[in-house]
Design a protein. Structure first.
Length: 133
């Protein structure tokens, strides 16, 4: 299978206010996007006596890097979350099962299952700039 797409990077967020209040359920974020899941796999089709292997699953896409968050304030109350985390890597897809269709090849060598694709790397954290004025 094909590899998953990369997550988008976080953007640039600027907040300039005298008073900033982030409630318990509040979130201010410039986080990166999650990587895409790897593409599926399939088993080869053979005719006659043979053993066929399954194709491997595609690897997951990398997570996007975190963005930049600029927060300029006089008073900040934060009971929630302020984050510029990188996105998680996408999951790898499962490999397909091989198939033994009989005959000498299947008896001697069997069949091979495709490997599961690897998980994509997580994106790196972004930058938070907090300036109290």
């Amino acid at each position: 299978g094909g590899g998953g797409g990369a997550g988008s990077p976080g953007g640039i967020v600027g907040i300039y206010a005298k008073t900033v209040v982030v409630g318990a359920a509040g979130v201010i974020t410039a986080a990166g996007g999650v990587g895409g899941t790897g593409g599926g796999s399939s088993t080869s089709t053979q005719t006659g006596d043979s053993a066929v292997g399954g194709s491997s699953g595609g690897g997951g896409g990398a997570g996007g890097s975190g963005g930049v968050l600029v927060l300029v304030y006089s008073s900040l109350t934060n009971s929630g979350s302020i984050t510029v985390a990188g996105g998680a890597g996408g999951a790898g897809a499962a490999g397909a099962a091989g198939a033994s269709l009989g005959g000498l090849e299947a008896a001697l060598w069997g069949h091979w299952n495709g490997a599961t694709g690897t998980t994509g790397a997580s994106g790196s954290a972004g930058l938070t700039v907090q300036l109290k004025i």
